[in-house]
Design a binder for this molecule. Structure first.
Ligand SMILES: [Zn+2]
Ligand SMILES: [Zn+2]
Length: 370
């Protein structure tokens, strides 16, 4: 993937203003009217880079390395030429370039997508049912009633422009302006489609399939190019963004690519060591608890964490041990513990505060920060 900062020739901490400036300079130099077709590839790359870096949210995702997975590449479905023409000419028409095609780009749309922890650990495919503007099923976006077609405009003979002659002190001035009858399109729709009232689109609920890459984080937006609102009068569709909302898991907590869990074991098992079967998101796994395990001890099951976004491999599953001190002892149990304490000479021991840097202390502190 191209480095967008390099493409625009700005540093990674460039401000929005610097990015805009760099883009304008390059766009002027590489514009097809100036550079000809030779600059087209680079022109496209510059537009793609600007499209991402000028948008705060997208820039953030790109900096996190996320944009590539999010919607199959930034700028997919984006038409830089239309945008740049609008940037430079302030909309179409009046430039003497002949009829202007109908159609304006549809709006981008945003939907929430609810996911479980397993969805983002492994990645999955979900089906969304957003209600959006979709292409009119009757006229398919051409806006004319069935059986009719847009007809050539009488006033401009289909050229989309009309000549206006004015007399001034300098003599006769001839200027070209967009045709007022067809608004520069060169054609007129005499009988608009009844279903969409000539807009070329209607509102409907549609099914959209979205690939969730493993490793996405809460709040990330997955871009589905061209899946937003259908364009007006047959124009290109906007993009659809699916914002990720991950439900908390009852057992495991996510920390970056790692999953964290806690296992409670009886004091006796902690002292003697034991073997435990636990249910992970990958199924049952066995854990060997060594004899003499303390509370806060962390067992790592490597590769059982969340998938990495755009990268191979998975994080780890970290199980921290919580030793249960027995409560509700009966007289016999109390006596046994007293005897144990006596045998170990622990009755006379004075507990002291733990020194920093001792292994137990570090493990406890690092438990949820690693
Ligand atoms: Zn229609
Ligand atoms: Zn006309």
């Amino acid at each position: 993937m191209a480095d967008y900062y390099e493409t625009l020739g700005v540093s990674r901490d460039a401000s929005g203003e610097e990015i805009k400036k760099a883009y304008r300079k390059l766009a002027r130099k590489l514009h097809p009217d100036v550079a000809g077709p030779d600059g087209a590839e680079q022109f496209k790359a510059v537009n793609e880079a600007y499209d991402v870096l000028s948008n705060e949210e997208q820039r953030r995702l790109y900096d996190m390395g996320g944009t590539d997975a999010l919607g199959g590449g930034a700028g997919a479905g984006f038409s830089p030429f239309q945008d740049i023409f609008e940037t430079f000419f302030g909309g179409m028409g009046g430039t003497g370039r002949g009829p202007v095609p109908r159609g304006r780009r549809g709006q981008d749309a945003l939907v929430n997508i609810d996911l479980d922890l397993a969805d983002v650990v492994f990645g999955t495919t979900k089906t969304l049912s957003p209600t959006l503007a979709v292409e009119c099923p009757t006229c398919h976006g051409n806006c004319a009633a069935p059986g009719t077609e847009p007809i050539t405009c009488n006033e401009c003979q289909g050229s989309g422009t009309v000549q206006r002659v004015t007399n001034s002190i300098l003599g006769r001035m001839v200027s070209q302006t967009p045709c007022p009858t067809c608004h520069g399109h060169g054609t007129v729709i005499v009988t608009p489609c009844g279903e969409c009232s000539g807009e070329g689109r209607v509102r409907a609920t549609k099914k959209v399939s979205v690939a969730i890459p493993a490793g996405v984080e809460n709040g990330m937006r997955i871009r589905l190019a061209g899946q937003g609102d259908a364009g007006i009068e047959g124009g290109p569709a906007g993009d659809l963004f699916a914002e990720v909302h991950i439900h908390p898991h009852p057992i495991f907590q996510r920390h970056g690519n790692d999953l964290l869990g806690e296992l409670q074991i009886p004091m006796t098992s902690a002292a003697l060591g034991t073997h435990v079967e636990i249910e992970t998101l990958d199924g049952m796994r066995s854990l060997e608890i060594p004899a003499g395990t303390n509370s806060g001890f962390v067992l790592t099951l490597s590769g059982l964490g969340a998938g990495r976004l755009n990268r191979p491999g998975r994080g780890d599953l970290k199980i921290s041990i919580a030793v249960q001190t027995p409560t509700k002892l009966d007289e016999e149990q109390r006596e046994l513990l007293r005897q144990l304490a006596l045998l170990r000479g622990e009755e006379q021991q004075t507990p002291t505060l733990t020194e920093q840097g001792s292994s137990f202390f570090s493990k406890l502190r690092d438990k949820f920060t690693k």
